[in-house]
Ligand binder design. Structure first.
Ligand SMILES: *Cc1c(COP(=O)(O)O)cnc(C)c1O
Length: 392
Protein backbone atom coordinates (compact mmCIF):
# COMPACT_ATOMS: atom_id res chain seq x y z
CA UNK A 1 0.00 0.00 0.00
CA UNK A 2 1.18 3.47 -0.84
CA UNK A 3 2.10 5.88 1.93
CA UNK A 4 1.08 8.83 -0.24
CA UNK A 5 -2.15 10.63 0.61
CA UNK A 6 -4.70 9.68 -1.95
CA UNK A 7 -5.14 13.10 -3.56
CA UNK A 8 -4.32 12.35 -7.22
CA UNK A 9 -5.67 9.92 -9.81
CA UNK A 10 -2.25 9.30 -11.32
CA UNK A 11 -1.57 7.76 -14.71
CA UNK A 12 0.45 4.52 -14.63
CA UNK A 13 3.72 5.94 -15.88
CA UNK A 14 6.86 7.51 -14.42
CA UNK A 15 9.22 9.67 -16.44
CA UNK A 16 12.89 9.39 -15.66
CA UNK A 17 14.44 11.69 -18.24
CA UNK A 18 13.53 14.55 -20.54
CA UNK A 19 14.99 16.41 -23.46
CA UNK A 20 13.32 19.32 -25.24
CA UNK A 21 9.62 18.51 -25.69
CA UNK A 22 10.21 14.79 -25.06
CA UNK A 23 9.92 12.75 -21.86
CA UNK A 24 11.10 9.14 -21.48
CA UNK A 25 9.60 6.51 -19.17
CA UNK A 26 11.42 3.77 -17.28
CA UNK A 27 11.39 1.53 -20.36
CA UNK A 28 12.84 4.30 -22.54
CA UNK A 29 9.57 4.92 -24.42
CA UNK A 30 9.38 8.52 -25.70
CA UNK A 31 6.36 10.78 -25.10
CA UNK A 32 5.70 14.06 -26.84
CA UNK A 33 4.97 16.48 -24.01
CA UNK A 34 2.04 18.70 -25.00
CA UNK A 35 1.31 19.63 -21.38
CA UNK A 36 4.65 20.81 -19.93
CA UNK A 37 3.76 19.62 -16.42
CA UNK A 38 0.65 21.85 -16.56
CA UNK A 39 2.17 24.96 -18.17
CA UNK A 40 5.29 24.77 -16.00
CA UNK A 41 8.19 23.55 -18.16
CA UNK A 42 8.42 26.73 -20.23
CA UNK A 43 11.82 25.82 -21.70
CA UNK A 44 11.03 22.13 -22.12
CA UNK A 45 13.13 19.51 -20.39
CA UNK A 46 16.86 19.61 -19.75
CA UNK A 47 17.39 23.03 -21.33
CA UNK A 48 21.19 23.39 -21.22
CA UNK A 49 21.17 27.06 -20.16
CA UNK A 50 18.69 26.46 -17.34
CA UNK A 51 20.47 23.32 -16.14
CA UNK A 52 23.82 25.11 -16.17
CA UNK A 53 22.45 28.19 -14.36
CA UNK A 54 20.77 26.28 -11.54
CA UNK A 55 23.76 23.96 -11.14
CA UNK A 56 26.04 26.98 -10.83
CA UNK A 57 23.69 28.66 -8.34
CA UNK A 58 23.29 25.43 -6.33
CA UNK A 59 27.07 25.29 -5.97
CA UNK A 60 27.22 28.93 -4.86
CA UNK A 61 24.26 28.98 -2.46
CA UNK A 62 20.73 27.52 -2.58
CA UNK A 63 18.93 29.27 0.25
CA UNK A 64 19.61 32.10 2.63
CA UNK A 65 16.09 33.33 3.71
CA UNK A 66 14.45 36.71 3.49
CA UNK A 67 16.23 37.82 6.65
CA UNK A 68 18.94 38.97 4.23
CA UNK A 69 19.20 40.67 0.86
CA UNK A 70 18.95 38.33 -2.13
CA UNK A 71 20.48 39.92 -5.26
CA UNK A 72 18.88 37.42 -7.66
CA UNK A 73 15.46 38.22 -6.14
CA UNK A 74 16.04 41.96 -6.60
CA UNK A 75 17.10 41.42 -10.21
CA UNK A 76 14.10 39.19 -10.96
CA UNK A 77 11.75 41.79 -9.44
CA UNK A 78 13.38 44.49 -11.63
CA UNK A 79 12.96 42.35 -14.75
CA UNK A 80 9.32 41.44 -14.04
CA UNK A 81 8.45 45.09 -13.37
CA UNK A 82 10.23 46.18 -16.57
CA UNK A 83 8.28 43.64 -18.61
CA UNK A 84 4.89 44.39 -17.02
CA UNK A 85 5.01 48.04 -16.01
CA UNK A 86 4.16 46.97 -12.46
CA UNK A 87 5.90 48.59 -9.46
CA UNK A 88 6.82 45.86 -6.96
CA UNK A 89 6.89 42.13 -6.37
CA UNK A 90 6.44 39.64 -3.52
CA UNK A 91 7.85 36.15 -4.14
CA UNK A 92 6.31 32.92 -2.90
CA UNK A 93 6.54 29.32 -4.07
CA UNK A 94 3.34 28.56 -5.96
CA UNK A 95 0.28 29.95 -7.66
CA UNK A 96 -1.91 29.54 -4.61
CA UNK A 97 0.59 31.49 -2.52
CA UNK A 98 0.82 34.24 -5.12
CA UNK A 99 -2.98 34.51 -5.02
CA UNK A 100 -3.04 34.43 -1.20
CA UNK A 101 -0.76 37.46 -1.34
CA UNK A 102 -3.09 39.17 -3.84
CA UNK A 103 -6.12 38.46 -1.64
CA UNK A 104 -4.36 39.74 1.49
CA UNK A 105 -3.25 42.81 -0.45
CA UNK A 106 -6.85 43.49 -1.57
CA UNK A 107 -8.17 43.16 1.99
CA UNK A 108 -5.39 45.38 3.31
CA UNK A 109 -6.21 47.97 0.66
CA UNK A 110 -9.87 47.72 1.70
CA UNK A 111 -9.10 48.40 5.36
CA UNK A 112 -6.33 51.00 4.90
CA UNK A 113 -7.50 52.92 1.84
CA UNK A 114 -11.23 52.32 1.43
CA UNK A 115 -11.85 52.12 5.20
CA UNK A 116 -14.35 49.27 4.92
CA UNK A 117 -14.84 46.78 7.74
CA UNK A 118 -15.37 43.58 5.75
CA UNK A 119 -13.73 43.90 2.33
CA UNK A 120 -15.24 41.80 -0.46
CA UNK A 121 -13.67 40.56 -3.69
CA UNK A 122 -15.59 39.82 -6.89
CA UNK A 123 -14.58 36.46 -8.43
CA UNK A 124 -15.76 34.54 -11.49
CA UNK A 125 -17.74 31.42 -12.26
CA UNK A 126 -15.44 28.57 -13.39
CA UNK A 127 -12.44 30.35 -11.88
CA UNK A 128 -9.48 28.44 -10.49
CA UNK A 129 -7.17 30.19 -8.03
CA UNK A 130 -5.65 27.32 -5.99
CA UNK A 131 -6.21 24.82 -3.19
CA UNK A 132 -5.44 26.74 0.01
CA UNK A 133 -8.53 27.77 1.95
CA UNK A 134 -8.73 31.34 0.67
CA UNK A 135 -7.88 30.47 -2.93
CA UNK A 136 -10.25 27.48 -2.81
CA UNK A 137 -12.96 29.83 -1.61
CA UNK A 138 -12.19 32.14 -4.54
CA UNK A 139 -12.33 29.17 -6.94
CA UNK A 140 -15.61 28.67 -8.82
CA UNK A 141 -15.92 24.90 -8.50
CA UNK A 142 -18.27 23.60 -5.82
CA UNK A 143 -16.97 20.03 -6.17
CA UNK A 144 -13.48 20.98 -4.98
CA UNK A 145 -14.94 22.96 -2.07
CA UNK A 146 -17.18 20.17 -0.75
CA UNK A 147 -16.13 18.91 2.66
CA UNK A 148 -13.94 21.90 3.45
CA UNK A 149 -16.59 24.29 4.72
CA UNK A 150 -16.70 26.80 6.25
CA UNK A 151 -15.10 28.57 3.32
CA UNK A 152 -13.29 31.88 3.71
CA UNK A 153 -15.91 34.63 3.47
CA UNK A 154 -15.69 37.75 1.35
CA UNK A 155 -15.88 36.35 -2.19
CA UNK A 156 -18.83 37.28 -4.41
CA UNK A 157 -19.25 35.39 -7.67
CA UNK A 158 -20.35 36.68 -11.07
CA UNK A 159 -20.46 35.06 -14.51
CA UNK A 160 -17.11 35.36 -16.35
CA UNK A 161 -17.13 37.93 -19.15
CA UNK A 162 -20.45 39.48 -18.12
CA UNK A 163 -19.99 43.24 -17.74
CA UNK A 164 -23.62 43.87 -16.75
CA UNK A 165 -23.48 41.34 -13.90
CA UNK A 166 -20.25 42.87 -12.58
CA UNK A 167 -21.70 46.37 -12.84
CA UNK A 168 -24.74 45.25 -10.83
CA UNK A 169 -22.59 43.58 -8.17
CA UNK A 170 -20.49 46.74 -7.79
CA UNK A 171 -23.63 48.86 -7.40
CA UNK A 172 -25.02 46.50 -4.73
CA UNK A 173 -21.77 46.06 -2.77
CA UNK A 174 -20.37 49.16 -1.09
CA UNK A 175 -17.59 47.17 0.61
CA UNK A 176 -16.27 45.65 -2.62
CA UNK A 177 -12.51 46.29 -2.93
CA UNK A 178 -11.30 44.20 -5.88
CA UNK A 179 -12.17 42.18 -8.97
CA UNK A 180 -10.13 39.01 -9.44
CA UNK A 181 -10.05 36.86 -12.58
CA UNK A 182 -7.96 34.84 -15.00
CA UNK A 183 -7.44 36.51 -18.38
CA UNK A 184 -7.76 33.00 -19.83
CA UNK A 185 -9.43 30.49 -17.52
CA UNK A 186 -7.26 27.37 -17.56
CA UNK A 187 -8.86 24.74 -15.32
CA UNK A 188 -12.24 26.23 -16.23
CA UNK A 189 -11.82 24.98 -19.82
CA UNK A 190 -9.66 27.52 -21.74
CA UNK A 191 -12.23 30.32 -21.64
CA UNK A 192 -11.00 33.72 -22.83
CA UNK A 193 -11.85 37.18 -21.56
CA UNK A 194 -11.85 39.43 -24.60
CA UNK A 195 -10.17 42.86 -24.71
CA UNK A 196 -13.53 44.56 -24.42
CA UNK A 197 -14.20 42.81 -21.12
CA UNK A 198 -10.76 43.70 -19.78
CA UNK A 199 -11.24 47.35 -20.72
CA UNK A 200 -14.70 47.36 -19.10
CA UNK A 201 -13.34 45.84 -15.87
CA UNK A 202 -10.51 48.39 -15.89
CA UNK A 203 -12.86 51.35 -16.20
CA UNK A 204 -15.24 49.94 -13.56
CA UNK A 205 -12.27 49.47 -11.19
CA UNK A 206 -11.06 53.03 -11.89
CA UNK A 207 -14.52 54.52 -11.39
CA UNK A 208 -15.12 52.71 -8.08
CA UNK A 209 -11.61 52.53 -6.61
CA UNK A 210 -11.37 48.74 -6.91
CA UNK A 211 -8.19 46.76 -7.48
CA UNK A 212 -8.11 44.84 -10.76
CA UNK A 213 -6.39 41.53 -10.00
CA UNK A 214 -5.30 39.30 -12.90
CA UNK A 215 -4.39 35.71 -12.05
CA UNK A 216 -1.80 35.00 -14.76
CA UNK A 217 -0.52 31.85 -13.07
CA UNK A 218 -1.37 29.71 -16.10
CA UNK A 219 -1.66 32.14 -19.03
CA UNK A 220 1.29 34.37 -18.11
CA UNK A 221 5.00 34.21 -18.91
CA UNK A 222 4.78 34.11 -22.69
CA UNK A 223 2.29 31.31 -23.08
CA UNK A 224 -0.18 33.36 -25.13
CA UNK A 225 2.55 34.96 -27.26
CA UNK A 226 2.87 38.04 -25.05
CA UNK A 227 4.58 38.15 -21.68
CA UNK A 228 1.20 38.48 -19.94
CA UNK A 229 -2.29 37.73 -21.23
CA UNK A 230 -3.65 41.17 -20.37
CA UNK A 231 -1.09 42.74 -22.72
CA UNK A 232 -3.37 41.72 -25.61
CA UNK A 233 -5.63 44.56 -24.43
CA UNK A 234 -4.56 48.12 -23.63
CA UNK A 235 -5.13 47.88 -19.90
CA UNK A 236 -2.86 47.01 -17.01
CA UNK A 237 -4.09 45.37 -13.79
CA UNK A 238 -3.25 46.70 -10.32
CA UNK A 239 -2.25 43.25 -9.11
CA UNK A 240 -0.95 40.30 -11.13
CA UNK A 241 -0.01 36.83 -9.97
CA UNK A 242 2.48 34.47 -11.63
CA UNK A 243 3.84 31.03 -10.86
CA UNK A 244 3.66 27.94 -13.09
CA UNK A 245 5.99 28.86 -15.98
CA UNK A 246 8.16 31.35 -14.11
CA UNK A 247 10.88 28.92 -12.95
CA UNK A 248 10.58 26.36 -15.78
CA UNK A 249 10.01 23.65 -13.16
CA UNK A 250 11.71 25.14 -10.11
CA UNK A 251 8.87 26.22 -7.77
CA UNK A 252 8.39 29.98 -7.60
CA UNK A 253 5.37 32.28 -7.45
CA UNK A 254 5.07 36.05 -7.62
CA UNK A 255 2.50 38.69 -6.76
CA UNK A 256 3.08 42.01 -8.52
CA UNK A 257 1.45 45.29 -7.51
CA UNK A 258 1.12 48.66 -9.20
CA UNK A 259 -0.47 52.05 -8.58
CA UNK A 260 -2.94 51.96 -5.69
CA UNK A 261 -1.90 48.39 -4.76
CA UNK A 262 1.79 49.26 -4.43
CA UNK A 263 3.48 50.44 -1.26
CA UNK A 264 0.79 49.06 1.05
CA UNK A 265 2.62 46.28 2.88
CA UNK A 266 5.25 46.96 5.51
CA UNK A 267 7.55 44.56 7.38
CA UNK A 268 5.48 41.87 9.12
CA UNK A 269 2.43 42.13 6.88
CA UNK A 270 3.38 39.15 4.73
CA UNK A 271 6.22 36.67 4.40
CA UNK A 272 7.53 33.32 3.22
CA UNK A 273 10.47 31.25 4.41
CA UNK A 274 11.40 29.85 1.01
CA UNK A 275 9.88 32.54 -1.21
CA UNK A 276 12.24 33.97 -3.80
CA UNK A 277 15.33 32.07 -2.69
CA UNK A 278 18.52 32.32 -4.77
CA UNK A 279 17.96 29.03 -6.60
CA UNK A 280 14.35 29.75 -7.55
CA UNK A 281 15.13 33.31 -8.66
CA UNK A 282 18.05 32.11 -10.77
CA UNK A 283 15.65 29.72 -12.50
CA UNK A 284 13.24 32.63 -13.01
CA UNK A 285 15.90 34.98 -14.38
CA UNK A 286 17.22 32.31 -16.75
CA UNK A 287 13.69 31.52 -17.95
CA UNK A 288 13.10 35.20 -18.79
CA UNK A 289 16.53 35.45 -20.50
CA UNK A 290 15.94 32.41 -22.69
CA UNK A 291 12.40 33.53 -23.60
CA UNK A 292 14.01 36.74 -24.84
CA UNK A 293 17.15 35.45 -26.56
CA UNK A 294 15.33 32.54 -28.24
CA UNK A 295 12.32 34.71 -29.25
CA UNK A 296 9.89 32.37 -27.52
CA UNK A 297 7.04 34.90 -27.45
CA UNK A 298 7.05 34.95 -31.26
CA UNK A 299 7.45 31.19 -31.25
CA UNK A 300 4.44 30.68 -28.96
CA UNK A 301 2.32 32.95 -31.15
CA UNK A 302 3.47 31.42 -34.43
CA UNK A 303 3.54 27.72 -33.50
CA UNK A 304 0.41 28.11 -31.37
CA UNK A 305 -1.41 29.78 -34.25
CA UNK A 306 -0.34 26.95 -36.54
CA UNK A 307 -1.40 24.29 -34.03
CA UNK A 308 -4.80 25.88 -33.46
CA UNK A 309 -5.54 26.36 -37.17
CA UNK A 310 -4.33 22.89 -38.12
CA UNK A 311 -6.29 21.17 -35.35
CA UNK A 312 -9.42 23.13 -36.28
CA UNK A 313 -9.05 22.16 -39.94
CA UNK A 314 -8.27 18.51 -39.27
CA UNK A 315 -11.17 18.14 -36.79
CA UNK A 316 -13.70 20.17 -38.80
CA UNK A 317 -15.42 17.05 -40.17
CA UNK A 318 -16.41 15.91 -36.67
CA UNK A 319 -19.70 17.38 -35.44
CA UNK A 320 -18.76 16.15 -31.96
CA UNK A 321 -15.94 18.73 -31.83
CA UNK A 322 -17.50 21.99 -30.63
CA UNK A 323 -14.48 24.13 -31.30
CA UNK A 324 -10.77 24.80 -30.89
CA UNK A 325 -9.95 27.89 -28.86
CA UNK A 326 -7.18 29.61 -26.99
CA UNK A 327 -4.24 31.86 -27.68
CA UNK A 328 -0.63 31.01 -28.41
CA UNK A 329 0.32 27.73 -26.77
CA UNK A 330 -2.68 27.63 -24.43
CA UNK A 331 -5.26 25.71 -26.42
CA UNK A 332 -8.46 23.80 -25.77
CA UNK A 333 -10.44 21.45 -27.99
CA UNK A 334 -14.00 21.19 -26.73
CA UNK A 335 -15.98 18.02 -27.39
CA UNK A 336 -19.72 17.57 -26.93
CA UNK A 337 -19.16 14.82 -24.34
CA UNK A 338 -16.91 14.00 -21.37
CA UNK A 339 -13.57 12.85 -22.77
CA UNK A 340 -11.28 12.21 -19.80
CA UNK A 341 -10.56 8.72 -21.21
CA UNK A 342 -8.65 10.35 -24.07
CA UNK A 343 -5.78 11.10 -21.72
CA UNK A 344 -4.95 7.39 -21.34
CA UNK A 345 -5.42 6.75 -25.09
CA UNK A 346 -2.96 9.56 -25.78
CA UNK A 347 -0.50 8.25 -23.21
CA UNK A 348 -0.48 4.88 -24.97
CA UNK A 349 0.11 6.72 -28.25
CA UNK A 350 3.10 8.55 -26.72
CA UNK A 351 1.39 11.92 -26.31
CA UNK A 352 0.90 13.84 -23.06
CA UNK A 353 -2.30 15.88 -22.93
CA UNK A 354 -4.87 16.74 -20.31
CA UNK A 355 -8.64 17.07 -20.17
CA UNK A 356 -10.17 19.84 -18.09
CA UNK A 357 -13.76 20.88 -17.33
CA UNK A 358 -14.68 17.27 -18.31
CA UNK A 359 -14.86 17.82 -22.06
CA UNK A 360 -12.02 20.14 -23.04
CA UNK A 361 -8.75 18.65 -24.29
CA UNK A 362 -6.07 21.00 -23.01
CA UNK A 363 -2.73 21.59 -24.70
CA UNK A 364 -0.01 23.55 -22.87
CA UNK A 365 3.24 22.52 -24.55
CA UNK A 366 6.65 24.02 -23.74
CA UNK A 367 7.21 27.39 -25.44
CA UNK A 368 10.16 25.90 -27.38
CA UNK A 369 7.74 23.76 -29.43
CA UNK A 370 8.80 23.70 -33.11
CA UNK A 371 6.39 23.57 -36.07
CA UNK A 372 7.42 19.94 -36.83
CA UNK A 373 6.65 19.00 -33.23
CA UNK A 374 3.28 20.76 -33.43
CA UNK A 375 2.65 18.70 -36.57
CA UNK A 376 3.40 15.56 -34.60
CA UNK A 377 0.89 16.60 -31.91
CA UNK A 378 -1.75 16.93 -34.63
CA UNK A 379 -0.81 13.60 -36.27
CA UNK A 380 -1.14 11.81 -32.94
CA UNK A 381 -4.15 13.60 -31.53
CA UNK A 382 -6.53 13.74 -34.50
CA UNK A 383 -6.89 9.94 -34.99
CA UNK A 384 -7.37 9.53 -31.23
CA UNK A 385 -10.25 12.01 -31.24
CA UNK A 386 -11.76 10.39 -34.35
CA UNK A 387 -11.66 6.97 -32.74
CA UNK A 388 -12.92 8.28 -29.42
CA UNK A 389 -16.05 9.98 -30.78
CA UNK A 390 -16.82 6.90 -32.94
CA UNK A 391 -16.69 4.64 -29.88
CA UNK A 392 -18.42 6.82 -27.25
C1 LIG B 1 -2.46 26.30 -11.26
C2 LIG B 1 -3.16 27.56 -10.97
C3 LIG B 1 -3.17 28.10 -9.67
C4 LIG B 1 -2.59 27.37 -8.49
O1 LIG B 1 -1.21 27.20 -8.60
P1 LIG B 1 -0.45 26.19 -7.61
O2 LIG B 1 0.99 26.42 -7.95
O3 LIG B 1 -0.93 24.81 -7.92
O4 LIG B 1 -0.79 26.58 -6.23
C5 LIG B 1 -3.78 29.32 -9.49
N1 LIG B 1 -4.35 29.99 -10.50
C6 LIG B 1 -4.36 29.50 -11.76
C7 LIG B 1 -4.99 30.29 -12.86
C8 LIG B 1 -3.78 28.27 -12.03
O5 LIG B 1 -3.81 27.76 -13.27
Amino acid sequence: MSHLMNTYARLPVAFVRGEGVWLYDEQGKPYLDALAGIAVSTLGHGHPRLVEAIARQAKAVIHTSNLYRIPAQERLADRLCELSGMDEVFFGNSGAEANECAIKLARFYGHKVKKVEAPKIAVMEHAFHGRTLATLSATGNVKTQLGFEPLVPGFLRVPFGDVAALTRLIAETPDLVAVMFEVIQGEGGIRLADSEYLRAVRSLCDAHGLLMICDEVQCGLGRTGKWFGWQWSEVRPDVMTLAKGLGSGVPIGACLAAGPAAGLFGPGNHGSTFGGNPLACTAGLTTLDVIETDALLDNAARVGGYLKATLAARLAHLPQVKGVRGQGLMLGVELDRPCGALVLDALEAGLLINVTAERVIRLLPPLILAIEEAQQIVERLVPLVERFVARH
